[in-house]
Design a protein around this ligand. Structure first.
Ligand code: S3P
Length: 435
């Protein structure tokens, strides 16, 4: 249990852990590279550390010569070997999906498993296209544990039935091992393109034409030399807190600003958020910059299905922001939220309603009646979902009476020091207004 007290404002200069999905992708590609890769700015968290453990168990050499700098000695494109036990992906759905794509190209039999949440999330969506390419993939009731017997793969052309960057990435990674090219994925709606960018920066031939992304096979992968910027999804809770607390002035430095990741920034801007982006630059094929946030009055908006993939991990925070905005906000076409670490339509609604917000679940999203005043406060059960625990932490600083969080430690999945950092920037020298 953890209690987060109300705050007057969020003030300061902060940095957040490196992009989780880039750390995981870099670890996987470094493991099959020729030579020693260096990954700087590695964001240690349960989901990223488990990727390092996995590649170590598969035969890659992993060391950390200085904090946050990871060296990985690759085993070459087809050199991964199974340990004598299942590889544990913990809570990391991205790792399970992407690693499946890489293992589909290895001549051996691998078993992947994970924690309770992961073993109830859908995996057939990855297994089906990988089977189509020639890998043998067995799921357990459609989920993990998964057994993959890889080998020589056929290129494929696959129309994604759901907009998922994880599924797209698994297929593109498998496409590296196909006997010819291209392997093509057709997306119903654009999803995050970290995999495409990282492969391109390694010299892999990748082409995007409209909704089709194609990759060509490779003989080898060169070692990576990469700086990982901060994760926008870890910056987003602070962004919302600073926007909603009058008098806040927060700067979040060196955040990944990949356009397919920052849909939430666009949503907040159309709600009236005053944010600035400065120090923009490009690094390792990704855009990076710093965010300046000042408190702003927000008005309601609607998020339609075509926007969902680029805000998907921030939708719980959208519900929070919308709860304190003027008017009625909606999210439509977000049924994928039900397949995340928890059923985030239910867990978001449950968490915020318990604090006095007016959030209503729908089959494909939720609607929110905003009341621009502080939440009362109360208890939030995180349900073991890191994004719900962080949502509760921000709701705590925005409340009148504070928020108790049951199972707060699951923030370690993506952001182990979340609560400490929140405490550091929270100004508590005030008396919250009554309403
Ligand atoms: C991710 C893609 C998203 C996201 C997840 C990370 C990735 O999942 O929710 O946290 O790194 O590719 P889907 O693409 O399955 O929606």
């Amino acid at each position: 249990m953890r209690r987060v007290e109300p705050a007057a404002a969020l003030v300061g200069d902060i940095a957040v852990p490196g992009v989780k999905g880039l750390c995981q992708r870099a670890a996987l590609l470094a493991a099959i590279a020729d030579g020693v890769s260096e990954i700087r700015g590695f964001g240690h968290a349960a989901d990223t550390d488990v990727a390092l453990d996995a590649v170590r168990e598969l035969g890659a050499g992993v060391s950390e010569p200085s904090p946050g700098t990871i060296r990985i000695e690759g085993v070459g494109l087809r050199g991964l070997r199974p340990p004598d036990h299942p590889i544990d992906c913990g809570n990391a759905g991205t790792l399970l999906r992407l690693l499946s794509g890489v293992l589909a190209g290895q001549e051996d039999r691998f078993v992947l498993t994970g924690d309770e949440q992961i073993t109830s999330r859908p995996h057939e969506r990855v297994a089906i296209p990988l089977r189509q390419m020639g890998a043998e993939v067995e799921t357990t009731n459609g989920s993990a544990p998964v057994t993959i017997t890889g080998g020589s793969l056929e290129p494929t052309s696959y129309v994604l039935p759901v907009a998922s960057a994880q599924v797209k990435s698994a297929i593109l990674l498998a496409g590296l091992f196909a006997h010819s090219g291209p392997t093509t994925v057709v997306e119903p709606v654009p999803t995050r393109d970290h995999t495409e960018r990282m492969l391109t920066s390694l010299g892999v031939r990748v082409r995007r034409e409209g909704s089709e992304i194609s990759v060509w096979p490779v003989e080898s992968i060169p070692p990576l030399d990469i700086d990982i910027p901060g994760d926008f999804s870890s910056a987003a809770p602070f962004l919302v807190g600073a926007l909603l607390l009058v008098g806040s002035e927060l700067r979040i430095h060196d955040v990944n600003l990949n356009p397919t990741r920052i849909g939430f920034l666009d949503v907040l801007e159309r709600m009236g958020a005053r944010t600035t982006v400065y120090d923009r630059r490009s690094s390792g094929g990704e855009l990076v910059g710093s965010l300046g946030i000042r408190s702003s009055e927000l008005t309601a908006t609607t998020i339609e299905s075509h926007e969902v993939p680029n805000v998907v991990d921030e939708l719980p925070l959208f519900a929070l922001a919308a709860s304190m905005a003027h008017g009625i906000s909606r999210v439509r076409g977000a049924e994928e939220l039900r397949a995340k670490e928890s059923d985030r339509i239910e867990t978001t609604t449950e968490a915020l309603r318990g604090l006095g917000a007016h959030v209503n679940a729908e089959s494909d999203g939720f609607w929110v009646r905003g009341v621009p005043t502080r939440f009362k406060g109360g208890l939030v059960e995180s349900r073991g979902d890191h994004r719900i625990a962080m949502l509760a932490g921000i709701a705590g600083v925005l409340s009148r009476e504070g928020v108790e969080i049951d199972d707060p430690d699951c923030v370690a999945v993506s952001f182990p020091d979340f609560f400490e950092l929140l405490d550091e920037v929270a100004r508590r020298d005030f008396v919250p207004e009554e309403s």
